[in-house]
Design a protein around this ligand. Sequence first.
Ligand SMILES: Cc1ncc(COP(=O)(O)OP(=O)(O)O)c(N)n1
Ligand SMILES: Cc1nc(C(=O)O)sc1CCOP(=O)(O)O
Ligand SMILES: [Mg+2]
Length: 212
Amino acid sequence: MSTDPTTMTRASRGVYAITPDETDTDRLLHRVTQVLDAGAVWLQYRNKGASTALRAAQARALLPLCRAHGVPLIVNDDWRLAAAIGAEGAHLGESDGELGPARAAMGDGALIGASCYADIERARRAVDTGASYVAFGAFFPSPTKPHARRAEPGLLSAARSLGVPRVAIGGLTPDNAGPLVAAGADLLAVISGVFDAPDPARATRAFAACFD
Ligand SMILES: Cc1ncc(COP(=O)(O)OP(=O)(O)O)c(N)n1
Ligand SMILES: Cc1nc(C(=O)O)sc1CCOP(=O)(O)O
Ligand SMILES: [Mg+2]
């Protein structure tokens, strides 16, 4: 797979790993390496507890690792940070500003994702304003976000006509994610199911097997 960001092949089916809140950057890189080695196809850098400086340092540190694996790095919440470090994309939820300015600043090639919760109309609007993919959830109780709104698998099939990759998130495990892929999920976005697993590499492979 190409490691040049301008020609990088972007798999749009598979495991979309999202980092846990990890303050130790060396440990973060170690944990992410295991998951990328095991075949995750996209990585989102998300650290809700970190200072601005730590987030910038960790996102920068992840970039060469992602490049070495041919995996796009998507920065949660902050498209300006993503643009500043040359990451491939940003993920924006309802509190993270408008998508249009992010698209205008990052260009046509950027991977800009939108959280759509359980709202298909929000997904339509996101695609109309330039989203590269839409994320729905939470499909199951999430250890990371216990109060997340809940979504039903039918949303994934309903969103097929939007013509962009559909991401499923929220409480996913290798045992519950198969029906979401059957319903149309192109990517399984996972934090605890991978990073809190006793063997993150094995968990990543088990999620990937949901696509077989
Ligand atoms: C792939 C993906 N889907 C949904 C989210 C959640 O975004 P948001 O609602 O902005 O919540 P936070 O992640 O910022 O707490 C996501 N990050 N990634
Ligand atoms: C960040 C996030 N967003 C969600 C949504 O529903 O929009 S659920 C969620 C947490 C995902 O973590 P885990 O894989 O540990 O459940
Ligand atoms: Mg957010």
